[in-house]
Ligand binder design. Structure first.
Ligand code: PMV
Length: 345
C-alpha cells in the first residue's frame, strides 16, 4: 500500500460513560450529528476490549461479541464502521480502499450488552482506536472522538476519561462534532449502577431517538433548554457543587424521558423497579444522603453521589433489590490502545 503501514492486529480498551446532561436526538442521521451538546462521566468499570485483525483471506468482515458471533445487525454496523476507517486510511495513504483486507473483530464487554448501560459507547470507542491502529490511520484525540461518533453517538465521549463534554458542532460539518475533556475542577463523583434488568432493551436508542425527533411535541423544548442546562452543569462542576450537579443531572434525565414519553407511539423504558428505585433515591435524600438518579435508554437507574457515600448508597440499593447486580464506579480513563503498545487518544 503506497505510503501506508501494512495492516496488523490491534487491541484497544474503552470504558462506558454515563451522561449527566443527555444526548437525545440527532440533527443529521447519516453523520450522527446531535441536536444538542451533552456532558458525561467516563466510568472506571466494565470496559470493552476489542481486537481488530485484518485478514486477507476473509471475503467479508466477521465479528464476535462476548465470544459469540455478532447478530447480522451488529455485524452490519461494525462492518459499515470498518468501511469508514478503511476509506480514511486508504485516502491518507493514497491507496485504494478495496485493496485493504476485511477484518475479524473480537469484542468483549464486561457489562450486559444492550441494557441501557452504554455498552455501545465503550464498544465503538474501543473499535475506533483498534481499527484505526489496525489499518494505520493516525488520529488526534478529537479526530478519534469524531470518528467514534459515527459508530455510536455517545462513543465519542468514551474516547476521553473523567468528565467530558461533547461539542455539537454546527451545520453538516463532520469533524467539528467531537468530545473534549473538561478542565479538572477537583470535583469527584461516584455512580452506583443498579442493574434492575440486565436483558436487552425493547427498543434501541437509535430508533427511539428517531421516533422522538419525528413525533414528540416536547422535542423542540428539549433542544431549546439543553444548552442552558449544559452551561449550568459546567458551572456546577467548576464550582465542585455536588448537590447542584445532582439536581441538574436528575432533572435532565427525567426531561429526556418525558420527551420520549411524548413520542407517538410513546417510548417508555420505565419498569416497575425503575419507579421503585427513583422512590428509593428520593427517600435517601430525605434521610440526608446526597444521592441523585439518572437513567438512559433502558429501565436501569444510576445513582450519582459523593465517593464517600457510594457504599452507603450501594447498600441501600442492594437492600431494596436483593439479588441484583450493583456496580460502583468513580472517574475512569479514556480509551487506550493496548496492543501494539504505546498508542491512545
Ligand atoms: O450513543 P447512543 O446512540 O447509544 O445514545 C445514547 C443516548 C443515551 O445514553 C440515552 C444518553 C447519553 O447521552 O448517553
Amino acid at each position: 500500500m503506497p505510503g501506508g503501514a501494512a495492516p496488523r492486529p490491534a487491541t484497544a480498551r474503552a470504558h462506558p460513560n454515563i451522561a449527566l446532561i443527555k444526548y437525545w436526538g440527532k440533527r443529521d442521521e447519516a453523520l450522527q450529528l446531535p441536536a444538542t451538546g451533552s456532558l458525561s462521566l467516563t466510568l472506571g468499570i466494565a470496559p470493552t476490549t476489542t481486537t481488530v485483525t485484518p485478514d486477507g483471506s476473509l471475503a467479508a468482515d466477521a465479528g464476535l461479541l462476548g465470544g459469540e458471533p455478532m447478530s447480522a445487525t451488529e455485524l452490519g454496523r461494525v462492518s459499515r464502521f470498518l468501511d469508514l476507517v478503511r476509506a480514511r486510511a486508504a485516502a491518507a495513504a493514497g491507496a485504494d480502499p478495496a485493496d485493504l483486507p476485511r477484518a475479524r473483530v473480537d469484542s468483549v464487554n464486561e457489562i450486559p450488552t444492550g441494557a441501557g448501560l452504554a455498552s455501545s459507547a465503550s464498544g465503538f470507542a474501543a473499535l475506533t482506536l483498534a481499527a484505526a491502529a489496525a489499518y494505520g490511520l493516525p488520529l488526534t484525540g478529537a479526530q478519534a472522538s469524531a470518528l467514534a461518533r459515527r459508530g455510536s453517538g455517545s462513543a465519542c465521549r468514551s474516547i476521553f476519561g473523567s468528565l467530558v463534554e461533547w461539542l455539537p458542532g454546527a451545520g453538516a460539518e463532520d469533524a467539528a462534532s467531537h468530545a473534549v475533556p473538561l478542565p479538572d475542577s477537583g470535583v469527584r463523583l461516584a455512580l452506583v449502577v443498579a442493574v434492575l434488568s440486565p436483558g436487552r432493551k425493547k427498543i434501541d436508542s437509535r430508533e427511539a431517538m428517531r421516533r422522538t425527533v419525528a413525533t414528540s411535541p416536547s422535542f423542540p423544548a428539549w433542544v431549546e433548554s439543553t444548552p442552558r442546562e449544559l452551561a449550568a452543569m459546567k458551572e456546577a462542576i467548576a464550582a465542585a457543587d455536588l448537590p447542584r450537579i445532582g439536581e441538574l443531572a436528575e432533572s435532565n434525565a427525567l426531561r429526556m424521558h418525558a420527551t420520549m414519553l411524548g413520542a407517538i407511539p410513546p417510548v417508555r423504558y420505565f419498569a416497575p423497579a425503575t419507579i421503585a428505585a427513583l422512590d428509593l433515591v428520593e427517600r435517601l435524600r430525605a434521610e440526608g444522603l446526597g444521592a441523585w438518579a439518572t437513567m438512559d435508554a433502558g429501565p436501569n437507574v444510576k445513582v450519582l453521589c459523593a465517593p464517600a457515600d457510594a457504599e452507603a448508597v450501594a447498600a441501600a440499593v442492594r437492600g431494596a433489590f436483593p439479588g441484583i447486580d450493583v456496580l460502583v464506579s468513580g472517574h475512569g480513563p479514556g480509551a487506550r490502545l493496548t496492543s501494539p503498545a504505546g498508542g491512545g487518544a
